[in-house]
Design a protein around this ligand. Sequence first.
Ligand SMILES: Cc1cc2nc3c(=O)[nH]c(=O)nc-3n(C[C@H](O)[C@H](O)[C@H](O)COP(=O)(O)OP(=O)(O)OC[C@H]3O[C@@H](n4cnc5c(N)ncnc54)[C@H](O)[C@@H]3O)c2cc1C
Length: 379
Amino acid sequence: MGKDVVLLEATECGAGATGRSSGFITPDSELGLGQLVIRFGASDATLLWRAAQHACERIRSEINQLQIECDFVPADSLLAANTTGKIAAIRKEHEAHERLGFRSDWYDREHITEILGGEGFTAGVRTFGTFAINAFAYAQGLKRAFIAAGGRCFEGSPVTEILSNAVRTNDAVAQSQTIVLSLDRYAPVLGIETKDTYHAQAFLTVTEPLTDDMWQHIFPEAPLLVCDSDLIYQYFRRTGEGRLLVGGGLLSETYAAKENPNPRAFRKIERYARQRFPGLKDARFTHAWQGFIGMSKDLLPIAGRSPTEPGHYVAMCGAGLPWSVLAGECVAAQVIGDSTPIDHFFVPKRTFNRVEAFQPILGKPLTWALSYYFAKQWP
Ligand SMILES: Cc1cc2nc3c(=O)[nH]c(=O)nc-3n(C[C@H](O)[C@H](O)[C@H](O)COP(=O)(O)OP(=O)(O)OC[C@H]3O[C@@H](n4cnc5c(N)ncnc54)[C@H](O)[C@@H]3O)c2cc1C
């Protein structure tokens, strides 16, 4: 578009939430289709879902076109009920897909074992065409493509101050009429969207590479991206190296103000994996890490022009890789004087929910915990 673009990155591209993520590329990174229908009605939910599917496809086509090596693993998604009590809730997600014409397959207790081994799964909803990646490698691949296209990228250049028409680092000042702030959960550190952004902490661990027999037991048919039905949910998948990657969290740590590698959280997800798959009894968990996911109070991105600084745009708090891509697309369109059909859902300074009025009394952690609960209420 003839724009001269400079990218300033504090450490390395992908070193924030992106590179720490578990790399599930699915439209429902936080919000299911049924949840969108309840909040926005069938028509807008369909619009948002199609947009999220498009973002997944954009990631896939960039990987293919730019030949980014990022441990791409094609795998359908499975939302699995953990208990009998959760079956009705996930059934509604399946029904929302069917009603709006999106493909999904239902597996009851008798049939779920055909696609998912392990103990205690009572039903599942399978959706199609999803995949997983190593998102750090993906971000680094995008960086190389950006540079090849003439962009200037400065890693190791934390922005220390944001002015109307410039940003300052320790070594330099970059001047521009247009400044896009894609800071996710780091935004409040620079005084950006302080009231409207916070974070949730998630924990991940991976096993050593497992044997083919073990994989046959876990996924008898084909690898899946599995997410369970708990409010602080667990999720797992196979990596390209044949490791089991398992994620989850502890309610007490999810809204912690500071990153905290609490060993109890890692023990909890290891225990979960071993209980579900007793064959993992002697398997070693070799790596573990945690990270903060930037979030708004309604779990949709905050993206668009700043109402107070006309040359400033924000694109953050996607709470999911495809939704972060949508935030970026929305802002990129606006910067060149264009728009996307979903811009109005992401507007900065929008009203998020009824809880936010009490934020000064409740404080951020409790406000976000309640907001998360309301945003995610099962249909
Ligand atoms: C443990 C974990 C698991 C997850 N799993 C998944 C998943 O499986 N699927 C999914 O879709 N999503 C997942 N997510 C969420 C997803 O990773 C994020 O929503 C998404 O990556 C956010 O992208 P972003 O570019 O907005 O933020 P980030 O990737 O955090 O990028 C922000 C960047 O800003 C840089 N920065 C910060 N301060 C400054 C400064 N002062 N100057 C310059 N640069 C600065 C940071 O270094 C960082 O690189 C997960 C997140 C975590 C933490």
